[in-house]
Design a protein around this ligand. Structure first.
Ligand SMILES: Cc1ncc(COP(=O)(O)O)c(C=O)c1O
Length: 399
């Protein structure tokens, strides 16, 4: 368990702390000074001795980052690709599957991330395939038994957003994995909100592909993301774009490398990867279990405080333990107005999600938008007080 002196130390080495109160860690968190230093130092080396030349002495550090990423997911380093965004990596992996055919089916969880859905819709539309939503249990979480009943020989992919963008639900990704493995259907998991927040084991989940951004709970820089691709799945994939690192030219056909670097771009943002590597090492040093425990306490406390406010409705799904994403709305105040007023009047950052991020779920629940306050281990009780007080004032003025 993280104690107050550790939290104090972690806050002191975070330049954003004290300037704003940040509850938008699920959008993008605050980088630490060591992460910033790692990025700056590499950019300076690139400017001083040449970018390619500056890459050589830090190649081993990039591979250390890959090792830390693999350890975070319980994977092998050869299964990890560094990509520019989770959605891009996910799209690359999807496009690497054999082409869809007319009448085939793709099954998604109701909280599927909007970008993944857009990629699927475009491909399904071209091929004449169908996207279908897996039924939810009473608490809004994915129903693995319903999935089991849906699967037939035409199902080409099951895709699940594990921790949705629009609230604290934690779907049972492992239950879905048991079903997909039994049927031998490829299984993609969007772990964008899980990385750096809760323990992740690709073996326990049983997924073939898993992705997540570096900028969220991991506190890495924007423009970095991890893509995990299981070795047995890679054998059946052809990445849609290749380059001289991903494949070797031969007169007949490109010889695609066997590890997940086949999914990487030929030129990498080395400075950002060193920043990501620093963030990964820091998350591992703090301990994901300890991070998870603190986020659970703080976010449950925030939910309890918000629930007491007249005019505030919590919108988190799920009967089980919840993530650090706390979703709510304020009667009579649009979510985006709550977000902008908290920023302008109280220097508090939260997110506001419309339908686009999780369209199937928002439409099914009749929601236009929610306010999203997401909690990190960096937050404190005093910051929870500030947020709850500010929301209370906004609700009171509206009511
Ligand atoms: C579940 C989920 N996936 C993905 C993203 C976006 O990140 P990326 O495109 O880098 O995967 C978000 C952001 O809110 C998210 O909540």
């Amino acid at each position: 368990m993280l104690d107050e002196s550790q939290i104090g130390e972690l806050r002191r080495e975070t330049p954003g702390i004290g300037k704003i109160v940040h509850f938008n860690h699920s959008g993008a968190s605050l980088m630490s000074q060591p992460v910033l230093d790692a990025i700056h130092a590499q950019l300076r080396r690139e400017a001083e001795i040449g970018p390619h030349e500056a890459h050589v002495p830090v190649m081993a550090q990039v591979e250390t980052a890959r090792g830390d990423a693999a350890a975070l997911l319980g994977a092998d380093p050869a299964d990890i690709a560094f990509v520019g965004s989770g959605s891009t990596g996910w799209g690359m992996a999807f496009a690497a599957l054999p082409p869809l055919a007319a009448g085939e089916r793709i099954l998604v969880g109701r909280q599927e991330w909007g970008s993944n859905l857009a990629t699927l819709q475009a491909a399904a539309g071209r091929a004449g395939a169908r996207i279908e939503t897996i039924a939810c249990r009473g608490d809004g979480s994915v129903d693995a038994d319903a999935l089991d009943r849906m699967i037939d020989g035409r199902v080409r992919l099951v895709s699940l957003t594990w921790l949705p963008a629009n609230g604290g639900l934690i779907n049972d990704a492992a239950a879905v994995g048991r079903v997909t493995r039994r049927h031998g259907v490829p299984y993609f998991v969007d772990a964008g909100q899980a990385l750096g927040q809760i323990p992740v084991s690709v073996a326990d989940i049983g997924c073939d592909v898993l992705k997540g951004a570096g900028r969220k709970f991991l506190r890495g820089p924007r423009g970095t993301a991890l893509l995990y691709v299981r070795a047995s799945m890679r054998e059946r994939m052809v990445p849609p774009f290749l380059n001289v690192v991903a494949a070797q030219w031969t007169p007949s056909a490109p010889e695609i490398r066997r590890d997940a670097r086949a999914f990487e771009s030929g030129d990498q943002p080395v400075a950002l990867l060193l920043g990501l590597g620093t963030a990964l090492a820091q998350a591992r040093a703090i301990g994901i279990e300890a991070i998870r425990a603190r986020i659970a306490i703080l976010s449950d406390e925030l939910r309890a405080r918000l629930a007491e406010i007249d005019g505030v409705t919590l919108r988190d799904l799920g009967d089980g333990p919840k993530s650090g994403l706390v979703s709510f709305d304020v009667r009579g105040v649009p979510a985006d107005a709550v977000r902008s007023r908290l920023a302008a009047e109280y220097a508090i950052n939260v997110g506001a999600n419309g339908v686009a991020y999780t369209p199937l779920d928002m439409i099914a629940r009749g929601l236009d938008a929610i306010v999203r306050a997401s909690v990190s281990y960096l937050n404190t009780q005093a910051e929870l007080d500030r947020l709850a007080d500010a929301v209370r004032k906004i609700a009171r003025q509206a009511g």
